[in-house]
Design a protein around this ligand. Structure first.
Ligand SMILES: [Zn+2]
Length: 338
């Protein structure tokens, strides 16, 4: 008899639908197990696609989009294999927190091969060792979490393989989110880095945030997933997702971040999605605890597209208050990866 830190009764090659769990044990949780939901839908021939939600537990659109997909999908229309995990870091999802309450683990920073064993690292290892090697594509649905609101954006990790990157950007263009960006794969303890090592084309989204589920962001999240599945010929598109939207290519650097220079209450002057100009007033930070103190003025550091703003009300020195990204093109993004 052998023991594994995570086990499941899923048969990865079974034709049909399986709804089950990854069962995880760990010394930190005693004799109990954590049951992470996983569904595998396999029909016909085609690629294998991993759909992830709940990498961060305070991001709600992805988990709900995938819950709805599992309720609605018709297996007979599928060509390929879907692996659907709506609540992949389940302890964080149940707590509604970015990181796991069990170990403080941020799943998307837990993919280092030398990371110390913990519940979150066990989930990362299982994805790395068992699930990513099965996959051709991944879609990892995120939001800006508790602290910010992100204009709907989808992205893909670029690998430097020109033909593969061109195909990935064509797919991203078809996904047709209001904002699209591609970036060279991040080298570090990130899921995308491990997935790309296994040959997976890695898409993701940043749509919404601000501590609650927003119906318009849920719509964009679902639409992005269904349009991906259509473009890679895994699931034909329903009429409701077929309309096209205005979409802009973007790229970003840390030079487009504004951080609060002091503590206080933020008034952001513009909503995400707006074009902004260098030097214009971005926000005011008030200090009601010292009413005589004039509000601090924040100014945009560059021209660009405001992609996200803080939604916490009170900000602390060092808090990200605004994120401005640059307008780009598919060709420029492709060149950036080669
Ligand atoms: Zn996230």
């Amino acid at each position: 008899m052998t023991f594994s830190p995570i086990w499941t009764d899923i048969d990865w090659d079974h034709r049909g639908r399986q709804d089950s769990f990854l069962c995880m044990e760990h010394a930190d949780i005693g004799l109990d197990i954590i049951q992470i939901p996983i569904s595998v839908l396999n029909n016909g021939s085609g690629p294998t696609v991993l759909l992830l939600g709940g990498v961060h537990g305070d991001e709600y659109e992805g988990p709900v989009a995938l819950t709805r997909l599992l309720a609605e999908i018709d297996l007979e229309r599928l060509s390929g294999r879907l692996i659907v995990m709506p609540a992949v870091n389940l302890p964080a999802v149940l707590a509604g927190t970015r990181s796991s309450p069990l170990d403080g683990g941020n799943l998307n920073r837990s993919f280092s091969p030398t990371a110390t064993d913990s519940p979150t690292v066990r989930i990362a290892r299982y994805l790395s060792d068992v699930i990513f090697p099965l996959c051709d594509y991944c879609f990892d649905s995120h939001t800006a979490g508790s602290c910010a609101n992100h204009y709907p954006a989808a992205y893909v990790s670029l690998t430097g393989d020109r033909a593969k990157d061109m195909a990935a950007l064509d797919t991203l263009e078809y996904i047709n989110s209001p904002l699209s960006w591609g970036q060279p794969v991040l080298d570090g303890p990130f899921s995308e880095w491990v997935a790309v090592e296994h040959g997976v084309t890695y898409f993701g989204s940043e749509m919404g945030g601000c501590s609650h589920l927003q119906s318009n962001m849920l719509w964009h999240s679902e639409r992005a997933i269904y349009r991906l599945l259509d473009h890679i010929k895994v699931l034909p598109l329903d009429e409701q997702w077929s309309g096209t939207l205005e979409s802009r290519w973007i790229t970003g650097t840390q030079g487009g971040m504004i951080y609060a220079p002091n503590n206080g209450v933020l008034l952001a002057m513009h909503e995400p999605g707006n074009n902004v100009r260098s030097g214009d007033l971005a926000g005011l930070i008030y200090t009601p605890e010292i009413p005589s103190q004039a509000p601090l003025e924040l100014h945009y550091p560059k021209d660009g597209i405001l992609t996200a703003t803080a939604t916490t009300g009170r900000v602390k020195r060092g808090s990200l208050t605004h994120w401005i990204m640059d307008e780009s093109s598919k060709e420029a993004l492709l060149a950036s990866a080669s």
